[in-house]
Design a protein around this ligand. Structure first.
Ligand code: NAD
Length: 286
């Protein structure tokens, strides 16, 4: 395929474009993921909390039965270390292993490519303990890479101080309105890959942004394609979501054109510094 990859700090490769399935109901996930794999995506991003690992797993099973090799797929899911459960101590670590097993079973897989801590929940202080359980899963060969999501520099620094494994990747909200330049610089300095969630700004205002519309017209592309091209040229891993087959295809078709310096300056100019989602630093889902 012509999808570039990013090399992670553990030596593995992740496709730079993947398919996200947040908010896709389980019953619709099979068709969406089937379409994605058919048109050429090999990386799928789900999470236990999306409640569509089962539907996603069905499409993966179909692909495997149809001749796609397991090693050519890249499957990510995330630990929902929330709720009333205590995630500290040995009990917390055991709970992580059970959550992992349950996700793997729903997906119908024998191993996972990437497992992420979904939110740091810094006010609970248990993410280092949870991270140690992910280290164990990796050492046991159940998952090839482990990483985090929605972590800030403070939590990444604490992981570096209190554990022996640097996360392969941090999946965070990132799009031209909210380009996360400081965090990206920190990641680069510490060998952590950056993965963008809501890479299209959830398909809202960003895709009608006049400066981006002009760039899209110039290249004969859609704004979504320009934004995804920006992610790729910035070294970011992006996981756009859609359930519309034509858009699923469009979002993968971002080769064959290049944003120039003028385009990149114009895209930098739309940054507002405003998030769409919650600020993970002070945020808990409970
Ligand atoms: P996104 O930025 O991928 O936008 C998706 C929406 O944009 C679609 O629902 C559709 O309305 C629109 N869209 C998609 N393609 C389009 C196109 N070509 N033209 C016009 N409109 C188009 O938003 P997202 O779903 O929030 O993020 C992508 C993925 O990131 C999720 O599915 C999920 O896997 C992941 N995610 C992770 C977290 C986290 O906390 N780790 C949070 C949010 C999302």
């Amino acid at each position: 395929s012509n999808i570039p990859s990013v090399k992670l700090n553990d030596g593995t490769l992740i496709p730079q474009l993947g398919f996200g399935v947040w908010q896709v109901p389980d019953a619709e996930a099979t068709a969406a993921v089937r379409t994605a794999i058919e048109v050429g995506y090999r990386s799928i991003d789900t999470a236990a909390i999306y409640e569509n690992e089962t539907g996603t797993g069905k499409a993966i099973a179909e692909a495997l039965a149809g001749g796609v090799a397991r090693e050519d797929l890249y499957i990510t899911t995330k630990l929902w270390n929330s709720g009333t459960r205590d995630w500290s101590g040995e009990q917390g670590r055991d709970a992580v292993l059970r959550e992992f097993d349950a996700s793997l079973e729903r997906l119908g897989l024998e191993y996972l490519d990437l497992y992420l801590i979904h939110w740091p929940r810094p006010m609970h202080g248990s993410y280092v303990n949870v991270w140690q359980a992910l280290e164990q899963l990796r050492a046991d060969g159940r998952v090839r890479s482990v990483g985090v999501s929605n972590f800030g520099t403070e939590q990444l620094t604490r992981l570096a101080e209190e554990s022996s494994l640097v996360p392969a990747l941090n999946q965070v909200e990132l799009h031209p309105y909210f380009p996360q330049e400081e965090l990206r610089a920190f990641h680069a300095e510490h060998g952590i890959a950056t993965e963008a969630w809501s890479p299209l700004g959830q398909g809202k205002d960003l895709l009608g942004e006049p400066a981006l519309v002009r760039i899209a017209e110039k290249h004969g592309r859609t704004v979504a394609q320009v934004v995804l091209r920006w992610h790729l040229q910035s070294g970011i891993v992006a996981i756009p979501k859609s359930v519309t087959p034509s858009r699923i295809k469009e979002n993968l078709d971002v080769a064959g054109f290049e944003l120039d310096a003028e385009d990149l300056t114009a895209i930098a100019g739309v940054a507002t510094g405003t998030r769409i989602g919650p600020d993970p630093q002070g945020f808990d889902w409970n």
